[in-house]
Design a protein around this ligand. Sequence first.
Ligand code: GDP
Ligand code: ZN
Length: 291
Amino acid sequence: MLEGRVVRSYSNVYYVDVGGEVLECRPRGRLRYQSERVLTGDRVRVSRAGPGLGAIDSVLPRKNMLERPPVANVDRVVVVFSFHEPELDLALLDRFLVLVSAAGLEAALCLNKLDLALADEAATLRELYAGLGYPLVATSARSGEGLQALRLVLAGRINVLAGPSGVGKSSLLNALNPELRLDTGRLGRKTGRGTHTTRHVSLVPVGDGGLVADTPGFTRLDLGRIKPTELAWHFPELAALTPECRFRGCLHRAEPDCRVKAALAAGEIDAGRYRRYLELLTEVEAAYRPY
Ligand code: GDP
Ligand code: ZN
């Protein structure tokens, strides 16, 4: 019996990497009738069934699963934005970071189109977001700059890229694994929802044991499941201060003896991040459905 990782699936056929070799596997017995229960990213037990062939006997416990794209055992979501074209939108970037955190996943940041960045842009953003604890790389899929640093962020993990369209996610995937040849730069390209691509998500190797889903995630940015009092948990710098506020459930907006407001007045936290927190808070309050 072998153990391996499902790296791609097609209909009821699963491609399982058992360490260097990828076996074309079919699920055995009861698993055959629960095919939706085997996902790309799953660790599975397989037995050989011929040259290059195998049968999946069981699925090992998952640590998590994403719905879009359907991938199990995601270690990290790399939130990709571009410095320009499209212009960097920090409100949208913070929204992605919040959604990734609310899904219980770890986020990293990739700022692409470094070749278009102005003098201090990369350094300023690095200081802010790396300072908050997010692994951060600046890349150019065009010039190749930063790709090695991105590989290190992806190494040894199952990763999903997320971010708005046009920032260069497909270009980065192609640069990381030239065999991919994903379509790039096409307006109105299908984002995957309910289409072929979503069901046939592949994990592509990018070196050092790193795997990346070839379909981006977090294509719906719905904040409706986040409790207003919990929004600050997803802002690391606010989460650290929240226990020191006078009131439990402090929203850090206008409450007395709020440690966050004190930190803001003292310049200890970034004013832009705080403003974006308040904007999201208003939205979360309006969208929250407590059931
Ligand atoms: P996606 O929608 O996030 O997958 O973005 P694409 O990979 O399709 O890229 C969108 C456009 O940006 C394409 O025209 C790419 O050629 C271009 N692009 C991607 N990466 C870079 C980069 O690092 N620098 C520059 N200048 N353009 C890039
Ligand atoms: Zn407070």
